[in-house]
Design a protein around this ligand. Structure first.
Ligand code: MG
Length: 163
């Protein structure tokens, strides 16, 4: 049987300024000025869920984890990733790789990048070697550049029927 491959993309953005730590990819990178959202507002985990759902025709995170559901309030978003990849595996899919780009003006992401890859890999139940995480600023332009928001792009490749 020839393997079947699917690619998916995800994107997320959250406003900054909440009275809680700023959590990105499962790592608290600043003690306050965190992302505004119903769950822990982790843009990287959210973009990753959308990429996984996108690859497999699963809809989107808003449909699956509505922000009106009290169960998702202040939720650790790594749970959303773990549940989503578990559902994919139940249908025979396996993650090949994931590539994420975080867009954040400050603080610098690079000191946290390895820890973030480990957290993402743990949520996905895979090796960090399959996870790429890049970061950039928005060069001072628009809301992200002004430090008012954080964004993340994610791409995943999944395979089914591979040896
Ligand atoms: Mg989100």
């Amino acid at each position: 049987m020839h393997p079947e491959y699917r690619v998916g993309t995800g994107y997320d953005l959250h406003r900054l300024g909440a009275d809680r730590p700023l959590r990105v990819a499962g790592v608290d990178i600043a003690p306050d000025g965190g992302a505004v959202g119903h769950s822990d507002a982790d843009v990287a985990m959210h973009a990753l869920v959308d990429a996984l759902l996108g690859a497999t025709g699963g809809g989107d995170i808003g449909r699956r984890y509505p922000n009106t559901d009290p169960a998702n309030r202040d939720a650790d978003s790594s749970r959303f990733v773990a549940e989503t990849i578990s559902d994919l595996r139940d249908r025979g899919w396996e993650l090949v790789n994931a590539d994420l780009t975080i867009v954040l003006e400050r603080p610098k992401v690079s000191p946290f990048a390895d820890a973030m890859r480990e957290r993402l890999a743990a949520a996905l139940g895979t090796d960090a070697e399959r996870i790429s995480l890049k970061a950039k600023t928005n060069e001072g332009v628009d809301a992200v550049g002004a430090g008012d928001a954080v964004a993340c792009h994610a791409v995943v490749l999944v395979a089914r029927g591979a040896a």
